[in-house]
Structures are given as C-alpha cells and as structure tokens.
Design a protein around this ligand. Structure first.
Ligand SMILES: [Zn+2]
Length: 436
C-alpha cells in the first residue's frame, strides 16, 4: 500500500493509436517488436469503424456519452441540418469523451491535419504523451495518438509496421524513465479504435443520382416523407443516410445496394434489421435474455453476411434455441475472424443502439478501398502515389483493431468486442475518480 509521499507503483497508461489494424500489430510482433507484451488481441470495432463511434463504445464503461455523429462534421437529426466542425475547425470541437483524455488531446482534434502526416508526426505525438505520463499525478492515464491514422491511409502496411516498431522502442525508453523518475513500472495498455484496409483507394461515384432515380429527393434538410440527406465524407468506406420516413429509408437502402461501390446497405424496421446486397437480403433479429442478447440470422437469396457457416456450426453444437436464436458470445466466437467480424450485433447496434446521438436511418458498407472522396484529403496525398487504405466499413480490415499489454503473463482473449475491451483492464480514467 502506497503511503502518502511514496512513489506510485501501479500506474497505467492506456494509449490509443488510431487506425492500427490487428494485422499490422501482428506483423510488428513478427518483425521482433513488443517482446514482453501479450500477443495482440483482435479488438472488434463497432460499425461504422470510425474513431468517434469506436470511442463512444470503448469508453461506455467509464460513463462516456454517445458520439454526436459519425464524424466531427455530421448531420444533426434534431436540428435537421449539418453541424459540427469542418476540417479547419476540428481543433475547437471536443467530443464527449474529451474529458477522459489526459492533456495531449490535440490528437483527436487535429485529425484533418493527419491526412498529410508522417511517421515523424506519430513520434512527435508520442513524445508529448511520454512527457505527460512522466509528470501526471493520475494513476490511470488515457492518451491518444492520431497521426497513425494518416500513416495507415497513406502508406503500405510496411510503413505502419515501422512506426509501431519505433513506438515499441520509445515505450521501452519511457519505461526506463518512468522507473527512475516515478519509482515503479508503468503498465501500458496499447490499443486502437479500428483497423484500416489495404486496398488502393478508388473514388466512388455519387449515390445521389441512384437515389433520385428511386423517386427520392436528395436534400439538405428533411421536410417531406420522400426526402433523403446523404452526407459524404473523406477516405472512408461507409455511408450514412437520413430519411424523411421509414419508406424512404427502405427505398434508399434498396437503391444504394445497387451502387457498384456499395457492398451492402442496412436499415432497421419493426423488430429487426434488414441487410441488402445486389444478390440478396437478410433479416437480423435480436431478443434480450437474462444472460445477454441472442441473435437470429435469416438470409434469403444469398448469404449476404457470410454467416451461414457459423449458423450451421452453432446448430451442430447445440447452441441455437428452438426459435433459431444463438447467444451473442457464440456468434462472436464463430464470426470475429470472418469477412464481416461479428456482423449481427454490430449492425443491430449501429441501427438501433444509442452510441451515436444522430443515428442514421440507413448505413452503407462500401467495398474496401472505395471512398466517396474528399478533395482536400486527396490533394495532400497525390504526391505520394495515392491512398493505400480505407476504414469505416463492415469488412475485416476496417473492423479489426488491436489490444495488447506490456505484461506477457496477462491473460487476454484472442478477440474482444469494443465495449468489453477496456472494462476490467484499466481503472476508471475519469478525472473525478482519480487524484487530479
Ligand atoms: Zn482514418
């Protein structure tokens, strides 16, 4: 037990590195990095696989509020207009979990700058994190490095692996400094918010013409039952549509599913979520049980979520009830390594959950590498020979982040959903619960 005035011996730094995929973390370990750490756990991001959505879910156990929208600039469904920052005012917007982060919080805010960021920018952010970790009076510190996102979008996997290996060396140096200055070890929980694909980025033609052909009015604010608001963002392979009526949502999802860049579309209807591709559809239903949630997957025409195999194995092993529902943990176990990790829970949460305040009526997952484009983002990348990856989608590359701890004896699962990733692993990072 630490007496007043004695050094702390069990301090924890929980450090988020944006957009570092599980795949990249494994490569960094294979290249000789992170000895003495646990093997990287796959952290399954919520859908859409974006920073704000993921943080709202990761920090839910610590009382963090929902994200306002999917990105800093978003459609505010209460105000019925676009709201939030633009790329030049990101710095002035502090998201709901901002208070959980220790001071080098410019990272979350400066995302737009990251599109032209480099490995050097990552190390500069790390140096600020390290300085704060050595000085902070808190036992549980939550910090964030945002520049890795830019590296993930701009470089092949090798580039981000090198950055991770450089971070490993800096973390070892920080550990030594911490022992000498604070008199004890620093426990580090390193994790990412989501992954990133590695397909070269290709621009997707606007969806608006297809929506118009389906009889919908693509507008800036929702006034009539046939209206659709369709904000399109940067280097991301997801889409979010807001509809003037349930019928418009269903029509928009149908039209969007025929867009060549759209892998699947989804919307909620009474008692379930409907998923559409150009080849078929599926209905996802959930029921609450005393032991958690149970999901049923009913495809027709095609196995649109690639879950038929998991469903068969669940049935063969007696894990399906009389009505065809299986427990969320069982679905997770059998789908987290699939082409769409944990798709049933993630889609139901995305379309009926409360972690995004201005929730869309229709969500789209685009093929990896397909992006609606963002002029300024492309301008910064042109001289580097094009963008190397997207995230936001339901695909595996986007969906799998990682989690690891610098205690190789720690018992971490092979994979974990975001809402369970940090609970029990770090103490409460809220300022009121600490010494600051
Ligand atoms: Zn990104």
């Amino acid at each position: 037990v630490a007496r007043p005035g004695t050094a702390l011996t069990h301090r924890t730094l929980a450090l988020a590195v944006d957009a570092v995929s599980w795949r990249v973390a494994l490569q960094a370990v294979s290249a000789g990095g992170f000895t003495g750490w646990t093997r990287p756990t796959a952290l399954v991001s919520p859908f859409p696989s974006l920073t704000h959505v993921a943080f709202a879910r990761l920090f839910e156990p610590f009382g963090s509020g929902p994200a306002n929208g999917y990105e800093v600039r978003y459609f505010d469904s209460d105000a019925n207009r676009m709201a939030g920052g633009n790329p030049l005012t990101y710095r002035s917007d502090v998201p709901p979990w901002g208070e959980l982060f220790d001071s080098p919080r410019h990272g979350v805010a400066a995302k737009a700058v990251n599109y032209v960021s480099s490995p050097r920018a990552v190390l500069a952010e790390f140096d600020a994190v390290a300085a704060e970790a050595l000085e902070s009076s808190r036992d549980v510190m939550l910090m964030y490095i945002g520049a890795t996102d830019g590296v993930a979008h701009l470089y092949e996997d090798d580039g981000l692996v090198e950055v991770m290996l450089a971070l490993d060396i800096r973390l070892a140096e920080l550990q030594e400094q911490h022992r000498s200055r604070r008199g004890g070890p620093l426990r580090v929980v390193l994790f990412s918010d989501h992954g990133c694909g590695r397909a070269p980025v290709r621009y997707a033609e606007s969806l608006r013409r297809l929506l118009g052909e389906a009889g919908l009015a693509v507008v800036e604010r929702l006034d009539g039952p046939g209206d659709i608001v369709a904000p399109m963002f940067g280097i991301v392979n997801y889409g979010a549509l807001f509809a003037g009526s349930p019928g418009a949502a269903a029509s928009a999802a149908q039209a969007a599913a025929s867009h060549p860049a759209v892998d699947l579309s989804a919307y909620a209807e009474e008692g379930g979520v409907i998923v559409l591709t150009c080849q078929g559809r599926a209905r996802i239903e959930q029921r609450e049980g005393p032991d958690g949630r149970w999901f049923r997957y009913a495809p027709s025409g095609a196995d649109v979520l690639a879950c038929a195999d998991a469903a068969r194995r669940l049935a063969e092993t007696g894990r399906v009830d009389a009505n065809g529902f299986a427990h969320e943990d069982d679905w997770f176990e059998l789908t987290w390594q699939g082409s769409y990790p944990d798709p049933l829970r993630r889609l139901v949460d995305a379309l009926t959950g409360d972690r995004v305040a201005s929730r869309a009526d229709v969500l789209l997952s685009l093929d990896p590498g397909r992006s609606w484009g963002w002029r300024s983002a492309y301008a910064g990348s042109r001289f580097r020979g094009g963008l190397k990856g997207t995230h936001g989608g339901l695909d595996r590359g986007s969906s799998l982040g990682f989690l690891m701890v610098n205690e190789d004896g720690a018992d971490l699962p092979r994979a974990v959903p975001a809402h369970r990733a940090l609970r029990g692993l770090i103490g409460d990072p809220r300022p009121s619960a600490s010494q600051r």
